[in-house]
Design a protein around this ligand. Structure first.
Ligand code: ACO
Length: 334
């Protein structure tokens, strides 16, 4: 029987620079009260300068390798999930592999927004179980702050996002009863324009124009129909969590820990109520980091492993919903 994949070690990194809601209120018309009430976010981290998603990813990856008791020489696959690659191309995974001193191992990016880490996890799991890799580094990292419209015009999106990275080392589970039970991936591009960043666009020449930065609704910044996204999120989250539980014959009552993507605390509270999950079963850290997209789940899982909320024997579900739309889940017996 092919061994299950498990997470053997985790790490995470965020910039030192804390940006509170009051800090944002100095540059745009918003308030701590509005942001906390609508999103649950108190603060997020922004880089100061010259730090790419792979720089944070490198710190997170090195912690994950240490936690797994491995070195980069043991890694034979690297998957990097990001919607904010350091540069347009080549893939940030190749840049990160070089920074870590990896050999000529396969390395590729997954660009699937908030579901990116779970898509990357699923891809690595399949390759490991197919015998194409033994130990994989799966990293989610984002630098949002340099791409946000930090004026009143962009306030609905700008207050939500933060910078960060999380990493997991995957490998064969030491115990056949434990590890990754299943992954479930979905996408529906009909809703792409409800949450997207249109420019720079390869379909136009030049790909970005000065006027793309101006106007009421500039294409060079992320644009979101927040309420629309919210409504889909609160439907898709319970669906994809149930899908993961049912695939292994479990019900919501069996679930010990849910680690949802951190887009909005209200979404996560709604999902917890819909699934009737008891107090303390849902991991949230959005108050401190905002939405770090492909890094959110990895950072939350890493913190929950370190503080013991995710411990051996627990049934743990990871679930995401975001731009695309894309949504996904993964179920572990930890
Ligand atoms: N500060 C103060 N007021 C604001 C702000 C702000 N930062 N942003 C918007 N407002 C105003 C709006 O202009 C509007 O004013 P008006 O009534 O005068 O027109 C009012 O607040 C209400 O705006 P809404 O957009 O309707 O506010 P809503 O209650 O929907 O909250 C929010 C907005 C927080 C963005 C919410 O819709 C949400 O969280 N949506 C889901 C986000 C999400 O899940 N994204 C997916 C993940 S991201 C990814 O995949 C990359």
């Amino acid at each position: 029987m092919v061994a299950r994949t498990h997470i053997l070690g985790m790490g995470h990194a965020v910039p030192d620079n804390v940006v509170t809601n009051d800090d944002l209120a100095k540059v745009m018309d918003t308030s701590d009260e509005w942001v906390q009430q609508r999103t649950g976010i108190r603060e997020r981290r922004h880089i100061v300068s010259d730090c790419g998603a792979t720089d944070l990813g490198k710190i997170a990856a090195e912690q994950a390798l240490d936690a797994a008791g491995l070195t980069i020489a043991d890694i034979d696959l690297l998957v990097f999930a990001t919607l904010s690659p350091d540069i347009d191309w080549p893939a940030s995974a190749t840049l990160l592999a070089a920074k870590l001193g990896a050999g000529a191992i396969p390395a590729f990016d997954v660009k699937n927004q908030c579901s990116g880490f779970l898509y990357a996890l699923a891809s690595a799991d399949v390759l490991i179980r197919a015998g194409r890799a033994r130990h994989a580094l799966v990293v989610g990292g984002e630098i949002h702050s340099t791409g946000l419209d930090l004026t009143t015009r962009g306030r609905d999106v700008a207050v939500i996002f933060g910078d960060g990275a999380g990493a997991a080392v995957l490998g064969p589970s030491p115990d056949p009863e434990r590890g990754l039970l299943s992954t479930h991936l979905h996408a529906d591009g009909k809703f792409a324009e409800k949450l997207w960043l249109e420019g720079a666009a390869s379909r136009s020449r030049p790909r970005i124009k000065l006027e793309d930065l101006g106007g009421d609704d500039p294409v060079a910044f992320p644009r979101m129909q927040g309420r629309y996204v919210f409504k889909h999120a609160v439907t898709r989250f319970p669906e994809v969590i149930h899908e993961a539980l049912e695939a292994s014959g479990f019900t919501k009552d069996d679930l010990d820990v849910l680690i949802p993507h951190q887009a909005n605390l209200r979404i996560n509270e709604f999902v917890a109520a819909a699934l009737e999950l008891g107090e303390g079963k849902v991991v949230n850290n959005i108050d401190r980091y905002g939405n770090t997209t492909a890094a959110s789940i990895a950072i939350a899982l890493c913190e929950a492993v370190r503080d013991g909320r995710v411990a051996e024997g627990k049934l743990v579900c990871l679930a995401a919903f975001g731009a695309g739309f894309t949504w996904a889940s993964a179920l572990f017996r930890w």
